[in-house]
Design a protein around this ligand. Sequence first.
Ligand code: DX5
Ligand code: ZN
Length: 228
Amino acid sequence: MMHTDRDTIINDNAMTQIAVSMLAADFLHLEAGVQLVNRNADLFHLDIMDGVFVPNISFGFPVVEAITSVASRTVDVHLMIVHPEKYVERFASAGADMLSFHLNAVESPEAMLDMIHGCGMKAGIAINPDIPVERLFPYLAGCDFLLVMSVFAGFGGQKFIEETYGRISALKTEIRRQGLECLIEVDGGVSDRNAGKLSLVGADILVAGSAVFNAPDPAAEIAAMRGR
Ligand code: DX5
Ligand code: ZN
């Protein structure tokens, strides 16, 4: 798998990046959705749900591989599955550049972070809105990014939870206190309406699905989220 220009994107911390959740794409015209992201966004956000860790099933390897075969942007895979450690290598081979798992889905977050790094991917830990951000603090040094859920994982199109702002700023403060560079990604109910404030409190990557794909002009929605 080539990790060329995709790898460099995550290091550009100067500006908020936009990740598009493909869960909200038109699956009958998936390539059009992929090209939209290639042309206008920074990352593909791929939500993997197993119907066990979350009460919903999304898509698997055939869809991920179809997307990565034409993706020219960073591919960020968000695992919402039990035993994520079983699938690290498969997602690396399928073309993932970044891989996140939920804190409460594993016994040893450190071992999982090492496994992801061993497969050449950026590693992140995700937490649902009911998990205190302090639970992430012991693992920050081993993370390239943190995925802060602003809705409960499982479904696209949910309402943004306002408490997320305070959680991001607390996490950012701790990242700085520890002298780390890990990025904060926020996921769920994000749109041009809350993007500015999210960037302001410390979010580095904004994930949006329905706001982009349900917009009359998806490229304009992405631009609006960037504040342009
Ligand atoms: C929720 C997923 C999100 C979701 C975002 O479980 O992790 O990535 O697809 O979709 P919107 O932007 O529609 O909330
Ligand atoms: Zn997600």
